[in-house]
Design a protein around this ligand. Structure first.
Ligand code: 13P
Length: 255
């Protein structure tokens, strides 16, 4: 089995002022700033990127954004571009989160444009895919995930494919406390690995990290992280507090 380093990413969503964000990340750096067994990324809101980035300097924790525009600059009021993120030393960007899709009308085509722009600017995209409860109940989970993944990765070259990170986030598990069972999660993760194999070949597909997201907590993480195709977590609620996030990183390090 290919050994993929586990990755724990915190998606802080629309939480924390820049001062609160700096305070949290100072605690994190104190506890896990030298963690090398697990890759750790924090994704604060745009307004806190610079402050958080300064605290992260010299640590092993990486900086990510939660969204970006696909153009480098121009008349796009309220938007932020990949070069702007790079200038703040961000290395990762979450794209296609279900909240962006549901509340801001992001389509697969738009997510794809953003993903290609991220890769062009040496940002590692964390591409989010996942079904709603209605889709799961209708038995269309795998079809939905396949469409989102294939459309999101359209036009990605093999050379750049290894920079991609995929996050499977069942919408019904996000912020609900309702976590997918290990069987449900592993089934979709294995399916995603199969799709990546078809797109990019086995060697590459075995190197891509596939994260699980949706009510991941220190209590349920060890079992999820033990699944063969679950390579880490994209954490919402439990990333907003140092203790639970550190526990998640430690759970990943123990695998
Ligand atoms: P929760 O961990 O709060 O369920 O959020 C998951 C998520 O959406 C991460 O992107």
């Amino acid at each position: 089995m290919a050994s993929r380093k586990k990755l724990i990413a915190g998606n802080w969503k629309m939480n924390k002022t820049s001062a609160d964000a700096v305070a949290l990340v100072q605690e994190l750096v104190g506890a896990i700033g030298r963690q090398v067994d697990v890759d750790v990324v924090v994704c604060p809101p745009f307004t806190a990127l610079e402050g958080v980035g300064k605290v992260l300097e010299g640590s092993s924790v990486k900086l990510g954004a939660q969204n970006m525009h696909f153009e480098a600059n121009g008349a796009y009021t309220g938007e932020i571009s990949a070069p702007m993120l790079r200038a703040l030393f961000a290395t990762h960007v979450i794209l296609g989160h279900s909240e962006r899709r549901a509340y801001f009308g992001e389509t697969d085509a738009l997510v794809n444009k953003k993903l290609l722009a991220a890769l062009k600017n040496q940002l590692r995209p964390i591409l989010c895919v996942g079904e709603t409860l209605a889709e799961r109940e209708a038995g269309t989970t795998l079809k939905v995930v396949q469409t989102q993944l294939e459309a999101g990765l359209d036009g990605v070259s093999k050379e750049l494919a290894s920079s991609i990170i995929v996050a499977y986030e069942p919408v019904w598990a996000i912020g609900t406390g309702k976590v997918a069972t290990t069987e449900q999660a592993q089934e979709v993760h294995g399916f995603i690995r199969g799709l990546l194999t078809k797109l990019f070949g086995e060697a590459l597909a075995m190197r891509v990290r596939i994260l699980y997201g949706g009510s991941m907590k220190p209590a349920n993480a060890p079992e999820l992280l033990a699944q063969k195709d679950i390579d880490g977590g994209l954490i919402g609620g439990a990333s907003l507090e140092a203790r639970s996030f550190v526990d998640l990183v430690n759970a990943a390090a123990a695998k």
